[in-house]
Design a protein around this ligand. Structure first.
Ligand code: CA
Length: 225
């Protein structure tokens, strides 16, 4: 049974989420502060974390960074009333894998969690290393090495790279990336572009003049190893 850690101080939200997750066959554990969340993360070794941004003792970004120090691979989904673009970017920078704005439809959130966990399972089942230009990418370990420098890869960065790798040399449309990686068609298409900007900073020698993750204008992206 998969364990999902909820770090959230609003008790109604925790109860609603726990019920819905348990109904879906997951085991839910909850922490009401950031500090308690980190303790439970270590003790319970969850398969996924749902993290609120506004916590009584600290903010979710700090908690997310701490969780990332403890594990590069456990998916973290930020849940927050703060849905400004800058908040999303800051959350993704802190190592979160997804960002869901409150209020949200419970069904959609559960669908997204199911999709994240399915892909995390798939990722564990296919451990491998690939070379992209000067970068050595450890897909299972969420790690990229380039000229002796190590960068952590987020869950969605790894999944996007896998999709581009499967179809190396061909164009993959933004819609297809959204559909296959995020598993939700309603999400902002800019999520893909923002993610590619970050990936290029890790992979490309000159991110502004990419040689490996190429833009095909008006369509999508193409990977050239
Ligand atoms: Ca809160």
């Amino acid at each position: 049974m998969k364990t999902i850690l909820i770090i959230e101080d609003e008790q109604d939200m925790v109860l609603g989420l726990s019920d819905a997750l348990e109904f879906e066959g997951y085991r839910a554990v909850a922490a009401s502060t950031g500090r308690q969340g980190v303790v439970l993360f270590k003790a319970e070794k969850p398969d996924l974390v749902i993290l609120d941004l506004m916590l009584p003792d600290t903010n979710g970004y700090t908690v997310c960074e701490e969780l990332r120090r403890l594990s590069r691979t456990v998916p973290v989904l930020i849940l927050s009333a703060r849905s400004q673009e800058s908040d999303k970017i800051r959350g993704l920078d802190a190592g979160a894998d997804d960002f869901v704005a409150k209020p949200f439809a419970l069904g959609e959130l559960i669908a997204r969690i199911r999709a994240i966990l399915r892909r995390a399972d798939h990722a564990r089942a296919t451990p491998d290393t690939v070379q992209i230009g000067e970068s050595q990418v450890h897909l299972a370990g969420h790690l990229l090495l380039r000229k002796g420098r190590e960068s952590a890869l987020t869950f969605y960065e790894v999944e996007t790279l896998k999709l581009l790798l499967e179809r190396a040399g061909q164009v993959v449309t933004r819609d297809e990336i959204l559909d296959k990686v995020w598993g939700v068609s309603a999400i902002n298409a800019r999520a893909v572009d923002n993610l590619v900007v970050k990936l290029r900073k890790k992979i490309e020698a000159t991110p502004d003049a990419p040689r490996h993750i190429l833009t095909v204008h008006g369509v999508g992206y193409k990977l050239v190893c």
